[in-house]
Unconditional design. Sequence first.
Length: 299
Amino acid sequence: MYPEIFNRFNFKEGHLDSDIIHTRCGSVQLKKYDVELNREINFTDKKCFDFYCKKEISTNNDAVFEWLDICESIECATDNYTFVELGAGYARWSVIAYYIASILRPLFTKLVIVEAEPTHFGWVIDNLEMNNINVENHEIYQGAIDDTEKIVQFEIGDPSKCYGQSIVNDNLVNMLYRKIRCWRQKKFKTGQYNLDVLNVKTYTLNSILSDIDYVDMIHMDIQGKEFDVLKSSADIINKKVKRLHIGTHSVKIEENIRELMLNNNWSCLRDYKRNKINDTPFGKIEFGDGIQTWINPAL
């Protein structure tokens, strides 16, 4: 069944140029951002068109839940809309949320974007500017999200092939596990990487949200740090955040988040386990990262 919420927005069929994707919501993005990854997973132009450009949003892949959460959170907003993307890559979902909220609603829209990998961060700025989104009107952080503010080593490299870079622990076994995990999640055919490390600053949600009144949605894809970040910032999240869309990266993390959010009186809207074919309202869908969506009844 096609979600009724999608019919409330005036999506129009987009198109593909040789270098640019024109999405259904009116935004654009460069194909180069994902070129090596798409080659590895055989993400053809036909699949790309269906994913981004076809007027009706595809419901046969796990990204439908990002579209759902964005559209539902925008539908629930009043005069303003604030979207936070943690581990943003090139800010794909921030730009899409901005266009749906500010152009198709329209609402005064504020973006808060955090990304540590330096090439990805440069693409964030390029992506915003290419979509006529004034960077100065939004909060853009180059760094990683963690439970404390410090300097950490962060994986960098292979920017158009890997979006699973993460904070590096001193434990070499853990570093190798991260690379294997990224290979499995992205289904690389070769699994070959050219990753290096770089010292980056970390930010906490407490500091990022301190001057923001309310957040309509946080999109979180922070490669194993999700529970630590949520636990350390539970008080401010309870007071200010209406919806969480969380990419999960281990069974234990999924269990810990469920316990944490239920203990803080949040309502679970969606919960799909990682590395599994899950039953969904749209049939069976294969998930790499898990997905949890939580709603704050207090807001």
